[in-house]
Design a protein around this ligand. Structure first.
Ligand code: ZN
Length: 582
């Protein structure tokens, strides 16, 4: 058996000995794994064969696996690990190109490289007959003793992978080991015409590359170090912030991060999550930045990306914006929670079609709503206890469900089809409902979305409300409450028809007429207890100003308006807050 094996071994060396005279002149210099010329390095890896010379092939196995391709793949992976570990390495080829044996040693000798490692795969000519790894050096080279040490180091490391037969360290008269001026070895990394060897070559590819790299690095007292990867930073930022107030963003230093990219993008509405305006975009080696104060916007999306030598990792957070850092306590709202795509039912939850399609109800009221252009949602259908046991959500609709024992259910119970809901502090991002906030029932577009004042429960649940006018007031009653005559005040419905006895709602207009001329046409905006006196009364009237001539009694009404714009005083800008909505 031993004699037979020796014959097999002799045959297997063919792949390394064949010297193909290239028709194409290869590059004259060794390069790094990316093809950049590199004349000085700790190592030079000679990648066997290539180009016109495929080396050994696994034809006896019925395939066309090429030695030239296997060794290039293995050599590149080995080189990357060496570089990752802080050492330098050149290559005699980094692509599939033809390189003669003389060119290989010329490259090595022309530069300054400490160690030469030629990588090959073996072949036997008979399928599955021979197996394992062997490493060669030249026994009459000037640096033979160091070459032997290098051969032993790489061979032992390869065997250390644990799956290979150890064919040992040997000497042979190969061109590349003989003609290289530095310590040089040639490793035959298993047999390409052995199916099991090929399977192990691929299955343990990363370990094989790491073993060769470790065997090489050991010569300079090093070993492969793990890739320096970064993880996503842990970002600290307030979840809500007032308008006109800067926002601090900070994060813990991320291991291996060399810098951080950060952005802040402000979004104006719940429905516009994909059309934000970038207000900050920069990078830092520090661990914080400040978002400038924003005068408006619904929320700011904050992105912090840790940048490492091998990868990047991003964290995204949102800051809800409002007039106050927290939502006003006098707003008639219904808290909403647990809207981040969770299917677990909380006491008041907004879902969309991407989050489950059915909701089994027990003691709940649920509202299926369709989105409007202004960011509100119109209630299209309502499901109540015992009426329906599951509700499907489709398309861009959302489902808001509230438990009968939950805060605000009494308000929710009065909602009728056609009512508008505003999900404050909740926004739709790529069909995912995000954030935690409140549902405002009607009036959500009347004033500033964050500044709704619907403190009177009796008006909060109605369709729309006219400031200073009771629910159900008619056009003629409005005239009366304005303390004017019908000559000065005329009320029109949304279609432009004058109304006197009909109930007024948002979208109607009040025309101020002087000398038969319309001097002001004001769309009725429904609000609530604007001046905060606890009641809705004539002092809440905002819809007229002193634009009427002396014959009108409306001149002083404006001074009774509330501080709509939050400036601290009642001025003409408060009036404009309404006019802007007309
Ligand atoms: Zn070979």
């Amino acid at each position: 058996m031993k004699k037979t094996l020796s014959l097999v071994l002799a045959f297997c060396m063919i792949c390394s000995i064949i010297a193909v005279v290239p028709a194409i002149q290869a590059s004259a210099h060794a390069t790094d794994p990316d093809g950049n010329a590199l004349s000085k390095a700790d190592f030079i890896i000679d990648v066997g064969h290539g180009g016109n010379d495929p080396g050994a092939m696994s034809t006896v196995l019925g395939g066309n696996r090429k030695e030239s391709e296997d060794v290039l793949r293995l050599a590149l992976a080995t080189a990357r690990l060496i570089i990752q570990s802080g050492s330098t390495v050149a290559m005699t080829r980094y692509t599939d190109e033809t390189v003669s044996l003389t060119q290989r040693t010329d490259m090595a000798n022309a530069g300054s490289y400490s160690y030469f490692v030629s990588i090959h795969r073996n072949a036997c000519g008979t399928a599955n007959l021979a197996t394992g790894i062997e490493t060669y050096y030249h026994n009459s080279q000037s640096s033979t003793s160091v070459s032997a040490k290098l051969a032993t180091s790489v061979q032992n490391a390869a065997i250390g992978v644990g799956c290979w037969a150890n064919r040992g360290v040997k000497t042979s008269n190969f061109h590349v080991t003989r003609e290289s001026n530095m310590p040089a070895i040639l490793i035959e990394y298993s047999f390409i015409d052995n199916a099991s060897d090929n399977q192990k070559f691929d299955q343990y590819f990363d370990q094989n590359a790491k073993a060769i790299a470790n065997g090489m690095l050991a010569m300079i007292g090093k070993s492969v170090t793990d890739a320096k990867t970064v993880s996503a930073p842990s970002v600290t930022v307030a979840s809500t912030s007032a308008h006109n107030q800067s926002i601090n963003v900070s994060w813990g230093a991320v291991t291996n991060a060399t810098s951080y990219n950060y952005t802040a993008t402000v979004y104006e509405g719940e429905m516009s999550a994909t059309t934000g305006k970038t207000i900050v975009s920069s990078s830092t080696t520090g661990t914080s930045f400040t978002i400038p104060a924003q005068a408006s916007g619904k929320y700011v999306k904050v992105s912090v990306t840790a940048v490492g030598p091998n990868n990047k990792a991003e964290t995204v957070k949102s800051v809800m914006l409002g007039k106050d850092a927290v939502y006003p306590t006098d707003v008639q709202y219904i808290p909403v929670a647990d809207v981040n795509g969770s299917q677990s039912v909380s006491n008041s939850t907004v879902w969309n079609s991407s989050v489950g399609t059915a909701f089994g109800m027990t003691w709940w009221r649920a509202f299926v709503c369709s989105p409007n252009a202004d960011g509100t949602y119109t209630v299209n259908s309502i499901y109540e206890n015992g009426v329906a046991k599951s509700v499907s959500v489709t398309g861009t609709n959302v489902l808001w469900a509230i438990h009968s024992g939950y805060t605000g259910y009494d308000v929710a119970a009065t909602i009728v089809v056609g009512d508008k809901l505003t999900f404050c502090g909740v926004y739709i991002d790529n069909k995912t409902v995000r954030g935690t906030g409140y549902v405002l029932v009607n009036g959500g577009v009347a004033l500033h979305p964050d500044d709704l004042t619907l403190s009177d429960a009796t008006v909060a649940v109605e369709d729309d409300f006219l400031v200073g006018v009771g629910i159900g007031d008619t056009g003629s009653e409005i005239v009366s409450k304005f303390n004017e005559s019908a000559d000065y005040v005329k009320v029109y419905d949304a279609a432009g028809a004058e109304v006197t006895g009909g109930v007024v709602c948002t979208g109607y207009t009040v025309n101020l007429v002087v000398n038969s001329e319309v001097v002001k046409s004001i769309t009725i905006i429904i609000s609530g207890d604007v001046n905060g006196d606890g009641a809705i009364g004539s002092s809440d009237i905002l819809v007229v100003s002193g634009a009427v001539d002396g014959s009108s009694k409306l001149n002083d009404v404006f001074s009774k308006a509330g501080d709509i714009d939050g400036s601290g005083t009642v001025t003409s800008t408060d009036y404009m807050a309404l006019c802007n909505k007309i």
